[in-house]
Design a protein around this ligand. Structure first.
Ligand SMILES: Nc1ncnc2c1ncn2[C@@H]1O[C@H](COP(=O)(O)OP(=O)(O)O)[C@@H](O)[C@H]1O
Ligand SMILES: O=P(O)(O)O[C@H]1O[C@H](CO)[C@@H](O[C@H]2O[C@H](CO)[C@@H](O)[C@H](O)[C@H]2O)[C@H](O)[C@H]1O
Length: 437
Protein backbone atom coordinates (compact mmCIF):
# COMPACT_ATOMS: atom_id res chain seq x y z
CA UNK A 1 0.00 0.00 0.00
CA UNK A 2 1.28 3.49 -0.88
CA UNK A 3 1.11 4.87 2.68
CA UNK A 4 3.25 1.98 3.96
CA UNK A 5 5.83 2.56 1.24
CA UNK A 6 5.91 6.27 2.06
CA UNK A 7 6.31 5.61 5.81
CA UNK A 8 9.36 3.42 5.13
CA UNK A 9 10.88 5.87 2.65
CA UNK A 10 10.31 9.26 4.27
CA UNK A 11 12.32 8.55 7.42
CA UNK A 12 15.45 8.16 5.26
CA UNK A 13 15.07 11.51 3.51
CA UNK A 14 17.45 14.30 4.55
CA UNK A 15 14.62 16.80 4.64
CA UNK A 16 12.43 14.72 6.98
CA UNK A 17 12.31 16.67 10.24
CA UNK A 18 11.00 13.86 12.44
CA UNK A 19 13.98 11.48 12.39
CA UNK A 20 14.42 9.22 15.40
CA UNK A 21 10.73 9.28 16.37
CA UNK A 22 8.33 6.53 15.29
CA UNK A 23 5.59 7.49 12.84
CA UNK A 24 2.20 6.99 14.52
CA UNK A 25 0.20 7.68 11.40
CA UNK A 26 0.76 8.81 7.81
CA UNK A 27 -1.98 9.65 5.36
CA UNK A 28 -2.21 11.25 1.94
CA UNK A 29 -3.98 14.59 2.36
CA UNK A 30 -3.96 15.63 -1.30
CA UNK A 31 -3.21 13.61 -4.43
CA UNK A 32 -3.36 15.48 -7.75
CA UNK A 33 -2.43 14.08 -11.16
CA UNK A 34 -0.24 16.69 -12.92
CA UNK A 35 0.06 14.58 -16.08
CA UNK A 36 -0.09 10.83 -16.79
CA UNK A 37 2.51 9.08 -14.60
CA UNK A 38 3.08 12.14 -12.36
CA UNK A 39 1.21 12.90 -9.14
CA UNK A 40 1.66 15.70 -6.61
CA UNK A 41 1.15 14.47 -3.05
CA UNK A 42 0.79 16.28 0.25
CA UNK A 43 1.19 13.81 3.07
CA UNK A 44 0.43 14.29 6.71
CA UNK A 45 2.69 12.59 9.27
CA UNK A 46 1.77 12.26 12.95
CA UNK A 47 4.55 11.65 15.49
CA UNK A 48 4.32 11.98 19.28
CA UNK A 49 1.07 13.91 19.02
CA UNK A 50 2.46 16.42 16.49
CA UNK A 51 1.53 16.62 12.83
CA UNK A 52 3.72 17.74 9.94
CA UNK A 53 2.97 17.96 6.25
CA UNK A 54 5.39 17.21 3.43
CA UNK A 55 5.10 17.36 -0.33
CA UNK A 56 6.49 15.08 -3.01
CA UNK A 57 6.18 14.33 -6.67
CA UNK A 58 5.33 10.70 -7.24
CA UNK A 59 6.39 9.00 -10.47
CA UNK A 60 4.97 5.66 -11.63
CA UNK A 61 7.80 3.25 -12.47
CA UNK A 62 5.88 1.70 -15.40
CA UNK A 63 8.21 1.89 -18.43
CA UNK A 64 11.20 3.49 -16.72
CA UNK A 65 13.36 0.30 -16.84
CA UNK A 66 14.85 0.88 -13.39
CA UNK A 67 16.41 4.22 -14.45
CA UNK A 68 15.27 5.80 -11.21
CA UNK A 69 16.39 3.08 -8.82
CA UNK A 70 18.41 5.77 -6.95
CA UNK A 71 15.16 7.67 -6.28
CA UNK A 72 12.95 4.64 -5.62
CA UNK A 73 10.21 5.02 -3.02
CA UNK A 74 9.09 1.38 -3.21
CA UNK A 75 7.37 -1.13 -5.49
CA UNK A 76 6.05 0.84 -8.49
CA UNK A 77 6.97 4.39 -7.38
CA UNK A 78 9.89 6.84 -7.39
CA UNK A 79 10.63 10.44 -6.44
CA UNK A 80 9.77 12.17 -9.73
CA UNK A 81 11.86 15.25 -8.97
CA UNK A 82 14.73 13.13 -10.33
CA UNK A 83 12.96 12.62 -13.67
CA UNK A 84 13.62 15.47 -16.15
CA UNK A 85 11.04 14.01 -18.52
CA UNK A 86 8.38 14.85 -15.92
CA UNK A 87 9.62 17.98 -14.14
CA UNK A 88 9.16 20.14 -17.26
CA UNK A 89 5.46 20.04 -16.32
CA UNK A 90 6.17 22.36 -13.38
CA UNK A 91 7.66 25.05 -15.63
CA UNK A 92 4.87 24.66 -18.22
CA UNK A 93 2.17 24.97 -15.57
CA UNK A 94 3.82 28.10 -14.09
CA UNK A 95 4.23 29.65 -17.55
CA UNK A 96 0.50 29.03 -18.26
CA UNK A 97 -0.77 30.09 -14.79
CA UNK A 98 -2.54 26.72 -14.55
CA UNK A 99 -4.87 25.63 -11.76
CA UNK A 100 -4.65 21.88 -11.23
CA UNK A 101 -7.17 20.90 -8.59
CA UNK A 102 -6.24 22.90 -5.48
CA UNK A 103 -2.74 23.65 -6.82
CA UNK A 104 -2.13 27.07 -8.35
CA UNK A 105 0.86 27.53 -10.64
CA UNK A 106 1.77 31.17 -11.28
CA UNK A 107 4.41 33.27 -13.00
CA UNK A 108 5.51 36.83 -12.38
CA UNK A 109 3.86 39.38 -14.62
CA UNK A 110 6.06 40.40 -17.52
CA UNK A 111 8.53 37.51 -17.40
CA UNK A 112 8.89 34.78 -20.02
CA UNK A 113 9.62 31.21 -18.91
CA UNK A 114 11.54 28.91 -21.22
CA UNK A 115 9.68 25.61 -20.77
CA UNK A 116 12.06 23.56 -22.91
CA UNK A 117 14.76 23.29 -20.22
CA UNK A 118 15.51 20.02 -18.47
CA UNK A 119 16.15 19.78 -14.76
CA UNK A 120 18.73 18.30 -12.42
CA UNK A 121 18.39 17.98 -8.65
CA UNK A 122 20.89 20.34 -7.00
CA UNK A 123 23.47 18.37 -5.03
CA UNK A 124 23.46 20.65 -1.98
CA UNK A 125 20.09 19.33 -0.86
CA UNK A 126 19.21 20.19 2.71
CA UNK A 127 15.84 20.96 4.21
CA UNK A 128 14.34 21.56 0.75
CA UNK A 129 14.92 20.16 -2.71
CA UNK A 130 16.02 22.42 -5.56
CA UNK A 131 15.85 21.70 -9.28
CA UNK A 132 18.15 23.52 -11.66
CA UNK A 133 16.69 23.89 -15.16
CA UNK A 134 19.41 24.19 -17.78
CA UNK A 135 21.64 26.86 -16.30
CA UNK A 136 18.75 29.29 -16.17
CA UNK A 137 16.32 28.64 -13.32
CA UNK A 138 16.40 27.16 -9.86
CA UNK A 139 13.09 25.87 -8.54
CA UNK A 140 13.07 25.26 -4.80
CA UNK A 141 10.40 22.88 -3.51
CA UNK A 142 9.67 23.32 0.15
CA UNK A 143 9.49 19.82 1.57
CA UNK A 144 8.00 20.46 5.00
CA UNK A 145 4.99 22.68 4.51
CA UNK A 146 4.20 25.53 6.86
CA UNK A 147 0.84 27.24 6.20
CA UNK A 148 1.37 30.78 4.84
CA UNK A 149 3.21 32.62 2.11
CA UNK A 150 6.91 31.84 2.25
CA UNK A 151 8.84 35.01 3.27
CA UNK A 152 11.43 34.37 0.55
CA UNK A 153 8.75 34.53 -2.15
CA UNK A 154 7.04 37.49 -0.51
CA UNK A 155 10.29 39.46 -0.31
CA UNK A 156 11.88 38.72 -3.67
CA UNK A 157 8.67 39.33 -5.62
CA UNK A 158 8.13 42.65 -3.81
CA UNK A 159 11.77 43.68 -4.36
CA UNK A 160 11.64 42.66 -8.03
CA UNK A 161 8.49 44.77 -8.53
CA UNK A 162 10.40 47.72 -7.06
CA UNK A 163 13.22 47.11 -9.54
CA UNK A 164 15.68 46.21 -6.79
CA UNK A 165 19.20 44.92 -7.51
CA UNK A 166 21.08 42.33 -5.43
CA UNK A 167 18.37 39.65 -5.77
CA UNK A 168 17.99 36.66 -8.08
CA UNK A 169 15.08 37.48 -10.42
CA UNK A 170 11.94 35.55 -9.42
CA UNK A 171 9.98 33.83 -12.21
CA UNK A 172 7.13 31.90 -10.70
CA UNK A 173 5.71 29.87 -7.84
CA UNK A 174 3.30 27.11 -6.87
CA UNK A 175 0.78 27.54 -4.08
CA UNK A 176 -2.23 25.90 -2.48
CA UNK A 177 -4.42 26.53 0.57
CA UNK A 178 -3.51 24.84 3.84
CA UNK A 179 -5.63 25.43 6.92
CA UNK A 180 -7.39 28.14 4.92
CA UNK A 181 -4.16 30.05 4.20
CA UNK A 182 -2.49 30.49 0.81
CA UNK A 183 0.71 28.46 1.22
CA UNK A 184 3.83 28.48 -0.94
CA UNK A 185 4.85 25.06 -2.22
CA UNK A 186 7.71 26.06 -4.53
CA UNK A 187 9.37 29.06 -6.12
CA UNK A 188 11.43 29.54 -9.26
CA UNK A 189 14.24 32.09 -9.53
CA UNK A 190 17.11 32.98 -11.80
CA UNK A 191 19.97 30.48 -11.38
CA UNK A 192 23.27 32.32 -10.89
CA UNK A 193 25.30 29.83 -12.88
CA UNK A 194 28.67 31.56 -12.72
CA UNK A 195 28.44 32.98 -9.21
CA UNK A 196 30.35 31.76 -6.14
CA UNK A 197 28.93 31.74 -2.66
CA UNK A 198 30.46 34.08 -0.11
CA UNK A 199 31.35 31.28 2.31
CA UNK A 200 33.49 29.47 -0.28
CA UNK A 201 35.20 32.70 -1.33
CA UNK A 202 35.90 33.72 2.26
CA UNK A 203 37.37 30.30 3.08
CA UNK A 204 39.70 30.53 0.09
CA UNK A 205 40.97 33.81 1.45
CA UNK A 206 41.41 32.39 4.97
CA UNK A 207 43.32 29.36 3.59
CA UNK A 208 45.58 31.69 1.59
CA UNK A 209 46.36 33.66 4.71
CA UNK A 210 47.21 30.53 6.72
CA UNK A 211 49.51 29.34 3.95
CA UNK A 212 51.08 32.72 3.34
CA UNK A 213 54.29 34.10 4.78
CA UNK A 214 52.96 37.64 4.58
CA UNK A 215 52.81 39.20 8.00
CA UNK A 216 49.27 40.54 7.77
CA UNK A 217 45.83 39.62 6.38
CA UNK A 218 45.70 42.69 4.18
CA UNK A 219 49.05 41.82 2.50
CA UNK A 220 48.33 38.13 1.86
CA UNK A 221 47.36 37.01 -1.68
CA UNK A 222 43.73 36.20 -0.98
CA UNK A 223 42.74 39.43 0.74
CA UNK A 224 38.95 39.50 1.01
CA UNK A 225 38.47 42.92 2.58
CA UNK A 226 37.49 44.73 -0.63
CA UNK A 227 34.79 42.07 -1.10
CA UNK A 228 33.64 42.51 2.50
CA UNK A 229 33.40 46.24 1.86
CA UNK A 230 31.30 45.73 -1.30
CA UNK A 231 29.13 43.27 0.56
CA UNK A 232 28.56 45.94 3.21
CA UNK A 233 27.50 48.41 0.51
CA UNK A 234 25.16 45.82 -1.07
CA UNK A 235 23.66 45.00 2.34
CA UNK A 236 22.86 48.66 2.98
CA UNK A 237 21.22 48.87 -0.44
CA UNK A 238 19.11 45.77 0.20
CA UNK A 239 18.01 47.24 3.53
CA UNK A 240 17.02 50.48 1.81
CA UNK A 241 15.05 48.54 -0.81
CA UNK A 242 13.31 46.45 1.87
CA UNK A 243 12.36 49.64 3.72
CA UNK A 244 10.88 51.06 0.50
CA UNK A 245 8.92 47.91 -0.41
CA UNK A 246 7.47 47.06 3.04
CA UNK A 247 6.18 48.96 6.07
CA UNK A 248 8.69 50.31 8.57
CA UNK A 249 8.27 51.39 12.19
CA UNK A 250 9.94 52.31 15.44
CA UNK A 251 10.19 49.95 18.40
CA UNK A 252 9.35 52.04 21.47
CA UNK A 253 11.03 51.73 24.86
CA UNK A 254 8.40 49.32 26.25
CA UNK A 255 8.89 46.96 23.29
CA UNK A 256 12.68 47.24 23.55
CA UNK A 257 12.40 45.98 27.14
CA UNK A 258 10.10 43.19 25.98
CA UNK A 259 12.63 42.23 23.29
CA UNK A 260 15.36 42.05 25.92
CA UNK A 261 13.12 39.77 28.01
CA UNK A 262 12.54 37.53 24.98
CA UNK A 263 16.28 37.31 24.41
CA UNK A 264 16.80 36.35 28.05
CA UNK A 265 14.24 33.60 27.68
CA UNK A 266 16.00 32.32 24.57
CA UNK A 267 19.29 32.30 26.45
CA UNK A 268 17.75 30.31 29.33
CA UNK A 269 16.29 27.86 26.82
CA UNK A 270 19.64 27.50 25.06
CA UNK A 271 21.35 26.79 28.39
CA UNK A 272 18.94 23.90 29.07
CA UNK A 273 20.00 22.45 25.70
CA UNK A 274 23.72 23.21 25.97
CA UNK A 275 24.61 23.42 29.68
CA UNK A 276 28.22 24.60 29.00
CA UNK A 277 26.74 27.87 27.78
CA UNK A 278 26.04 28.80 31.39
CA UNK A 279 29.71 29.78 31.79
CA UNK A 280 29.11 32.63 29.36
CA UNK A 281 25.66 33.67 30.54
CA UNK A 282 27.03 36.69 32.43
CA UNK A 283 28.67 38.17 29.31
CA UNK A 284 25.49 37.72 27.29
CA UNK A 285 23.27 39.05 30.09
CA UNK A 286 25.46 42.15 30.41
CA UNK A 287 25.15 42.88 26.69
CA UNK A 288 21.34 42.53 26.92
CA UNK A 289 21.15 44.65 30.08
CA UNK A 290 23.04 47.49 28.36
CA UNK A 291 20.32 47.58 25.71
CA UNK A 292 17.60 47.72 28.36
CA UNK A 293 19.50 50.53 30.11
CA UNK A 294 20.46 52.78 27.22
CA UNK A 295 18.44 52.01 24.08
CA UNK A 296 15.08 53.72 24.04
CA UNK A 297 13.98 53.41 20.41
CA UNK A 298 14.93 51.08 17.55
CA UNK A 299 13.99 51.72 13.90
CA UNK A 300 12.55 48.50 12.48
CA UNK A 301 11.71 47.11 9.03
CA UNK A 302 11.66 43.80 7.14
CA UNK A 303 15.10 42.21 7.21
CA UNK A 304 16.80 39.08 5.89
CA UNK A 305 16.78 37.43 9.32
CA UNK A 306 19.43 34.72 8.85
CA UNK A 307 22.15 36.64 7.09
CA UNK A 308 25.49 34.89 6.66
CA UNK A 309 28.18 34.28 4.02
CA UNK A 310 26.38 31.18 2.71
CA UNK A 311 23.39 33.34 1.76
CA UNK A 312 25.24 35.74 -0.53
CA UNK A 313 26.65 35.02 -3.96
CA UNK A 314 29.26 36.98 -5.86
CA UNK A 315 28.43 37.30 -9.55
CA UNK A 316 30.84 38.84 -12.04
CA UNK A 317 29.37 42.25 -11.26
CA UNK A 318 28.13 42.34 -7.66
CA UNK A 319 26.78 40.55 -4.58
CA UNK A 320 23.36 38.91 -4.74
CA UNK A 321 21.42 38.01 -1.59
CA UNK A 322 19.51 34.70 -1.34
CA UNK A 323 17.15 33.01 1.06
CA UNK A 324 15.18 35.80 2.76
CA UNK A 325 13.42 33.18 4.87
CA UNK A 326 14.56 34.13 8.36
CA UNK A 327 15.85 31.60 10.86
CA UNK A 328 14.63 28.12 9.96
CA UNK A 329 12.50 26.61 12.71
CA UNK A 330 11.10 29.93 13.99
CA UNK A 331 7.34 30.50 13.62
CA UNK A 332 6.34 32.27 10.41
CA UNK A 333 4.97 35.33 12.24
CA UNK A 334 8.33 35.86 13.95
CA UNK A 335 10.23 35.43 10.68
CA UNK A 336 8.04 38.11 9.04
CA UNK A 337 8.09 40.54 11.96
CA UNK A 338 9.75 43.96 11.60
CA UNK A 339 13.18 44.00 13.15
CA UNK A 340 16.33 46.11 13.35
CA UNK A 341 18.43 45.90 10.17
CA UNK A 342 21.39 45.65 12.54
CA UNK A 343 20.29 42.07 13.11
CA UNK A 344 21.52 41.25 9.60
CA UNK A 345 24.69 43.26 10.17
CA UNK A 346 25.31 41.24 13.34
CA UNK A 347 24.65 37.98 11.45
CA UNK A 348 27.28 38.81 8.85
CA UNK A 349 29.80 39.91 11.48
CA UNK A 350 29.37 36.50 13.13
CA UNK A 351 29.89 34.85 9.77
CA UNK A 352 33.30 36.47 9.33
CA UNK A 353 34.21 35.01 12.70
CA UNK A 354 33.00 31.58 11.55
CA UNK A 355 34.99 31.72 8.33
CA UNK A 356 38.15 32.69 10.20
CA UNK A 357 37.82 30.00 12.86
CA UNK A 358 36.33 26.94 11.27
CA UNK A 359 39.58 25.81 9.64
CA UNK A 360 41.24 25.83 13.04
CA UNK A 361 38.95 23.12 14.39
CA UNK A 362 41.07 20.09 13.36
CA UNK A 363 44.31 21.84 12.58
CA UNK A 364 47.38 20.76 14.57
CA UNK A 365 48.85 24.28 14.16
CA UNK A 366 45.69 25.85 15.57
CA UNK A 367 47.51 27.58 18.42
CA UNK A 368 49.91 29.49 16.18
CA UNK A 369 47.23 30.29 13.59
CA UNK A 370 44.67 31.69 16.02
CA UNK A 371 46.07 35.25 16.00
CA UNK A 372 45.86 35.21 12.18
CA UNK A 373 42.26 34.03 12.38
CA UNK A 374 41.44 36.90 14.71
CA UNK A 375 43.22 39.35 12.43
CA UNK A 376 41.33 38.09 9.35
CA UNK A 377 37.99 38.34 11.15
CA UNK A 378 38.69 41.85 12.48
CA UNK A 379 39.84 43.16 9.10
CA UNK A 380 36.80 41.82 7.27
CA UNK A 381 34.33 42.78 9.97
CA UNK A 382 35.54 46.37 9.90
CA UNK A 383 35.60 46.49 6.08
CA UNK A 384 32.01 45.20 6.00
CA UNK A 385 30.91 47.86 8.50
CA UNK A 386 32.73 50.58 6.54
CA UNK A 387 30.96 49.44 3.35
CA UNK A 388 27.62 49.32 5.14
CA UNK A 389 28.03 52.95 6.27
CA UNK A 390 29.31 54.09 2.88
CA UNK A 391 26.29 52.43 1.25
CA UNK A 392 23.96 54.52 3.39
CA UNK A 393 23.28 51.98 6.16
CA UNK A 394 22.55 53.60 9.49
CA UNK A 395 25.35 52.92 11.97
CA UNK A 396 25.40 55.57 14.69
CA UNK A 397 27.84 55.50 17.61
CA UNK A 398 24.94 54.62 19.96
CA UNK A 399 24.12 51.56 17.79
CA UNK A 400 27.24 49.79 19.12
CA UNK A 401 25.31 48.63 22.20
CA UNK A 402 22.48 47.11 20.16
CA UNK A 403 24.88 45.59 17.63
CA UNK A 404 26.86 43.89 20.39
CA UNK A 405 23.67 42.45 21.93
CA UNK A 406 22.46 41.24 18.53
CA UNK A 407 25.79 39.52 17.94
CA UNK A 408 25.51 37.82 21.32
CA UNK A 409 21.96 36.76 20.50
CA UNK A 410 23.05 35.32 17.14
CA UNK A 411 25.90 33.43 18.82
CA UNK A 412 23.42 31.95 21.33
CA UNK A 413 21.25 30.80 18.41
CA UNK A 414 24.35 29.34 16.73
CA UNK A 415 25.27 27.42 19.87
CA UNK A 416 21.97 25.51 19.74
CA UNK A 417 22.16 25.20 15.95
CA UNK A 418 25.63 23.62 16.13
CA UNK A 419 24.76 21.41 19.12
CA UNK A 420 21.86 19.99 17.12
CA UNK A 421 23.47 19.79 13.70
CA UNK A 422 27.29 19.93 13.84
CA UNK A 423 28.58 19.39 17.39
CA UNK A 424 32.22 19.56 16.20
CA UNK A 425 31.63 23.22 15.28
CA UNK A 426 30.27 24.18 18.70
CA UNK A 427 33.59 25.83 19.76
CA UNK A 428 33.14 28.43 16.98
CA UNK A 429 30.11 30.25 18.45
CA UNK A 430 31.36 29.52 21.99
CA UNK A 431 34.46 31.62 21.23
CA UNK A 432 32.23 34.64 20.57
CA UNK A 433 31.65 35.09 24.32
CA UNK A 434 35.31 35.27 25.25
CA UNK A 435 36.92 38.63 25.88
CA UNK A 436 39.48 39.65 23.24
CA UNK A 437 38.21 37.00 20.82
N1 LIG B 1 19.61 31.54 -7.41
C1 LIG B 1 20.62 30.70 -7.21
N2 LIG B 1 21.64 30.60 -8.09
C2 LIG B 1 22.68 29.75 -7.89
N3 LIG B 1 22.80 28.96 -6.81
C3 LIG B 1 21.84 29.02 -5.90
C4 LIG B 1 20.69 29.87 -6.03
N4 LIG B 1 19.88 29.71 -4.96
C5 LIG B 1 20.49 28.79 -4.18
N5 LIG B 1 21.66 28.37 -4.73
C6 LIG B 1 22.62 27.39 -4.18
O1 LIG B 1 21.93 26.51 -3.32
C7 LIG B 1 22.47 26.60 -1.97
C8 LIG B 1 21.34 26.43 -0.96
O2 LIG B 1 20.33 27.40 -1.23
P1 LIG B 1 19.36 27.95 -0.14
O3 LIG B 1 18.33 28.76 -0.79
O4 LIG B 1 20.19 28.66 0.92
O5 LIG B 1 18.76 26.59 0.41
P2 LIG B 1 18.38 26.15 1.91
O6 LIG B 1 17.17 26.95 2.28
O7 LIG B 1 18.10 24.67 1.78
O8 LIG B 1 19.58 26.47 2.80
C9 LIG B 1 23.14 27.98 -1.92
O9 LIG B 1 24.18 28.05 -0.96
C10 LIG B 1 23.66 28.11 -3.34
O10 LIG B 1 24.89 27.41 -3.45
O1 LIG C 1 21.52 28.49 5.52
P1 LIG C 1 20.41 28.15 6.45
O2 LIG C 1 19.21 29.02 6.24
O3 LIG C 1 20.04 26.70 6.47
O4 LIG C 1 20.96 28.57 7.93
C1 LIG C 1 21.28 27.66 8.96
O5 LIG C 1 22.46 26.94 8.63
C2 LIG C 1 23.67 27.74 8.56
C3 LIG C 1 24.82 26.78 8.27
O6 LIG C 1 24.70 26.25 7.02
C4 LIG C 1 23.93 28.46 9.88
O7 LIG C 1 25.04 29.34 9.71
C5 LIG C 1 26.15 29.20 10.58
O8 LIG C 1 27.19 28.53 9.87
C6 LIG C 1 27.66 29.25 8.72
C7 LIG C 1 28.79 28.42 8.12
O9 LIG C 1 28.30 27.18 7.69
C8 LIG C 1 28.17 30.64 9.11
O10 LIG C 1 28.58 31.35 7.96
C9 LIG C 1 27.08 31.39 9.82
O11 LIG C 1 27.57 32.66 10.26
C10 LIG C 1 26.60 30.60 11.02
O12 LIG C 1 25.48 31.27 11.64
C11 LIG C 1 22.73 29.32 10.21
O13 LIG C 1 22.93 29.95 11.47
C12 LIG C 1 21.47 28.42 10.27
O14 LIG C 1 20.32 29.20 10.54
Amino acid sequence: MLTELLSGWITHQRWFAGKGRPIDELHVESDIELRPGLRHLIISVRQAGERDRYQLLLGAEGETDGRFSHARIGEGYYDALYDPDLTGTLLEAMADDRDLGPLRFRHLEGVEIDTSLRSLVLGAEQSNTSLVYGETYICKLFRRLIPGVNPELEIVTALARHGAGHIAQPYGWIETDLDGEPTTLAMTQEFLATANDGWALALTSVRDLYASLEPSASDAGGDFSSESYRLGVATAEVHRELAAAFPTGVMESQDVKQMVEDQRRRLAQAITEVPDLVEHARVVEDAYQRVADVVSEIPVQRVHGDYHLGQVMRTTTDWVVLDFEGEPGQPLAERRALSSPLRDVAGMLRSFDYAARHLLADNPDAGSLRPRAVEWAELNRSSFLAGYSAGGGSLRAEDAVLLRALEMSKAVYEVTYEARNRPAWLPIPMAAFQAGR
